[in-house]
Design a protein around this ligand. Structure first.
Ligand SMILES: Nc1ncnc2c1ncn2[C@@H]1O[C@H](COP(=O)(O)OP(=O)(O)OP(=O)(O)O)[C@@H](O)[C@H]1O
Ligand SMILES: [Mg+2]
Length: 312
């Protein structure tokens, strides 16, 4: 397996803020790696350092096994970047924008035409080729931004929060497009603060908080390291303190939270917790409408490591 990215001891300080604090990680060829972290955790700074767009204070960055530098044009031609802020030309149409960015790397007109058409298809902009950016919705604009970043067929792609504030339809197009890019052989670094996307998309996750890596691994590995075995979630419309206390006293129960109508019962051990809860409820006067068991989520991992929720 080839190593596509090798970051060692990356450290970046903006005046008072230590934005990235001694990060080390690798990304292998063909992986989609998620950089997951709340606002201000250092995701964009990490990406911008990896791309040599920002100076950093300490550390080394190798892409394609070569040191990345501001003038490493041979490497840059193989890299695609989709920035957090949309950056397209207002005076060019969708097609012309993609053609412009693609043309920075692919000079042959017929190859470029094919590459641009492929990029348009990948993000589902076939019906908008002649539109100007100001006529596009936020989601379509994000899709254009992505097409501009990947049309030259890069093999290493960085996407910085490409789905923030997009409608569900555009989000699905974007996620499907990214899966397709991986199928085509690309290696992808994907930043987000949506854990559901990471679970759906990424082979491996790096969780950042305050510029530090607090956990790294596959989602299954991260979840297996939590102390939570499972959560049983019930919908109960009326529940008093006494009833909550009785549930707290049940076997294996580690924690009980009631935010009407949802009752979340957390277990750290035990195998048949759901069955036992159902048995208990048969003997109690409580009426519930739904009950199900849930494995730990990445939010639980984050909560356990930092004491706070991943989402604001
Ligand atoms: N140009 C800058 N000057 C000073 N501080 C900065 C600058 N850019 C970022 N920071 C600070 O560095 C920290 C990391 O910011 P960064 O933008 O990398 O986080 P992020 O994880 O990408 O956040 P978001 O989810 O909001 O995009 C934050 O505390 C931020 O305020
Ligand atoms: Mg950011």
């Amino acid at each position: 397996m080839k190593t596509m990215i090798n970051v060692e001891h990356l450290t970046k300080q903006y005046k008072e803020v230590l934005a990235v604090d001694d990060l080390s990680f690798q990304v292998d060829e063909g992986e989609i790696v998620g950089l997951l972290g709340p606002n201000g955790s250092g995701k964009s700074t990490t990406i911008n350092c990896m791309l040599s767009l920002l100076n950093f204070d300490r550390g080394t960055i190798k892409l394609f096994n070569k040191e990345m530098k501001p003038d490493a044009y041979d490497l840059k031609a193989k890299i695609g970047v989709i920035f957090q802020e949309v950056a397209v030309f207002e005076e060019l149409t969708v097609y012309e924008n993609i053609d412009y960015f693609c043309g920075l790397y692919i000079k042959d007109k017929s190859i470029r035409k094919q590459a641009v058409e492929e990029a348009i298809q990948l993000v589902g902009l076939e019906d908008y080729k002649k539109f100007y950016p100001k006529k596009l919705s936020g989601g379509l604009l994000r899709r254009l931004n992505i097409a501009c970043g990947i049309a030259h067929r890069p093999t290493l792609i960085f996407l910085d929060e490409p789905t923030v504030a997009v409608d569900p339809q555009s989000r699905n197009h974007i996620l499907d497009g990214i899966k397709q890019l991986r199928k085509n052989g690309a290696t992808i670094v994907y930043t987000t603060h949506y854990m559901e996307e990471v679970e759906q998309l990424c082979d491996r996750v790096i969780i950042l908080d305050k510029g530090k890596i607090i956990a790294m691994g596959t989602t299954d590995e991260l979840k297996a390291n939590t102390q939570i075995a499972e959560k049983v979630i019930l919908e109960i419309h009326e529940l008093d303190l006494e009833a909550i206390q009785k549930i707290k006293d049940l076997k294996n129960v580690a924690d009980v939270r009631y935010n009407a109508p949802n009752l979340v019962v957390t277990y750290k051990t035990g195998k048949n917790n759901l069955v036992e809860m159902i048995d208990y409820l048969k003997t109690s006067p409580l009426h519930y409408t739904t009950i199900y068991s849930q494995r730990p989520t990445l939010n639980d991992v984050f909560l356990e490591l930092t004491g706070k929720e991943l989402r604001d």
